[in-house]
Each structure stands twice: as structure tokens, then as C-alpha cells.
Ligand binder design. Sequence first.
Ligand code: F6P
Length: 359
Amino acid sequence: MMRIGMLTSGGDCQSLNATMRGVAKALYRMFDNIEIIGFEDGYKGLIYTDYRIMRPEEFSGILTKGGTILGTSRQPFKLMRTPDANGLDKVEAMKHTYKKLKLECLVVLGGNGSQKTANLLREEGLNVVSLPKTIDNDLWGTDMTFGFESAMNVATNAIDCIHTTAASHGRVFIVEVMGHKVGWLTLYAGIAGGADIILLPEIPYDLDIVIEALKTRTKNGKKFSIIAVAEGAISKENAALSKKELKEKKKSGVVYPSVAYEIGAMITERTGQEVRVTVPGHMQRGGDPCPFDRVLSTRLGAEAALLIKNKEYGNMVAVQNNDIVKMPLSEVAGKLKTVDPQCSIVKEAKMIGISFGDE
Ligand code: F6P
């Protein structure tokens, strides 16, 4: 009997179940005698030996279901080497669970932090195969992560809904899209939703330029404007500060619920224009996976099973030029795929008049 462990880790997304289904269905077909152990709530289940033996039927009927049948949690990588409240060594505990259950391999569905922990476990001698999950699409080594397209649909839909009300009232609307460190989701949803201004963490904005763009729209007879703002959008001024200086500055100023409110307040103060803020928040991770993600998840899942069959451990399955390839975890872990301010999609958006608040 071969035993494979599986867990979903970090923030959830729409296509986790579809991906697990892909892995499991392919594994059950490849091996006559195989058991999948599902760990509850991500690495937490592996640390505290909280698991269940999965029945093959559990992987049926979940292709179209959002969330994760295994549950998930955030177990920050930076705290992995820090003992828990009871002094438990988490890394040793995970190794212990793996060995106790006589696992052949651990399958990890996760984003950046989870891939780092997967790599740490690989370094500790465990067989690991991982799959790229995140609505942020910021995993290095893969063109696409599952969850991104589905979240883009939700975020775009939010901007679409705002469009009609914005046009009726002639206001400035700000839609805040998820993404603290990277702006892929905001960039794509912003373009897809026809936002007039897109503000990303990778392209620090100048408020004067944002205001100029709004004024130009008004001058051109446009009654309303829509700004798509990433959670991590930052002004040029703040980007020039050190982390410590920025923290101090924020402590001494007005505290806003999020960046969209802060930008909104500044626009009203400077222009007198009415501004409304919409934050779709976790809706972006919710609901069902879109067809694109279902296909991507199925492909990634099947190829992850193949890696296990071929004992090609220590890899993450990835998309490159529409092919599914394997990327060594040692190369993937700890690197972010950010939006290059000079990339063609940003240039093309600028060519049609979208402002990024930078020039
Ligand atoms: O990494 C996925 C993500 O949804 C980010 O886009 C967002 O900034 C963050 O997670 C939110 O995290 P949490 O669900 O822990 O609030």
C-alpha cells in the first residue's frame, strides 16, 4: 500500500478542490493500491497529526466547488522554526507525522509561504510535490496559478457593477482589489473592467498625476472615473521611505481602513469630488472556479500525479507557454513574480489611456 499525504495551505481560492480532484483521480488510476491521507487545515494538520484517510468518492463532485474540502490555515513560514505555545518543534513534528504515517510523498497545494515550507520539508528529506495556488498569480516559475482567473472574474464583475452606478451619479469610484505585494489581479481586472486609473504596488503613484488624470477626464466630458487600486498600492513618497519610517509615518497620521479609503480621502480633499470606495475583499477568493481554472487545475493535478509516479520529488508543477512543466522547489521558494512596470501589458494599457499614476 502506497500512502500519499495531501494538504491545502494558506489563503483559499476557488480551484483547490478541482486541483485535488485532478491529483487524486490520476493517482487512483495510476496505482492499484494507494491511499490518500488528507491533512486538516494545511500544515497545521501535519504538525498536530490531524488527518483523515480520504475515500475516493470524496474527490468526486468537487470540480465545480470553491473552498477546500480539507480546510486551510495560515502557518507563516517565518514561524516554522519557532516552537509553538507548548514548546513543540513544528518542523520535527511534521517530519514525525510524515514518518509515522509512512507516507511516500506529501502533496502541497499552496502559495508563496506554503512553497517555502514545502521546500524546507524537502531539505529535511521528505518527498514533496507541490502545486501553484493563489489568486495573486505571484508564484515565480509559473505563468499562471490556479485561482487567479476565477478571482479576476469576481474582481472584474465588481468593477462592471460599479460602472453603471458611477455613470449615473458622476462620481469617482475606487475599487480595491486583493494583492498586498503584487498587482497582477488589479492589473488584469482593471483592464477587463475598463478602469480609468490602475494603481499597483509595483508602480508607486504620484497623487498629483492621479488627480491630473481625473481632471483630464472631467475636461473631456466624462462624468465619472473608476480607479482600480491594489491593496498594496503605494505613493512615490511612501515608497521612498524605509519600512521603519513608513510605520512611524502611518502611526502619526489618520488611520484609514485601507489604502482605497486613504486615496479617496485625498482626492476629495484636493478636488472636492465625491468619492465612493468598494472593497470586494474575500469575495474575490469565493464562489466557484471558472472554466479556465477547472481545466488548469485538472492539468496540473494530473501532471503532479505523474511526478509522483516517476518519483520526481522536490518539484512544483508549473505552466510555461501553455505546457505543464516541473520547477525545482529550490528555485521556486522565496521568489515573487511581480509586475514589471515596463512589461507589454502595462505599456498597452497606457497606450489606450489608462493612467498608472506614474507619468
Ligand atoms: O494571497 C491571497 C490573498 O487573498 C491576498 O491577495 C490578500 O492580500 C491576502 O490573501 C488576504 O489574506 P487573509 O485572507 O489572511 O486576510
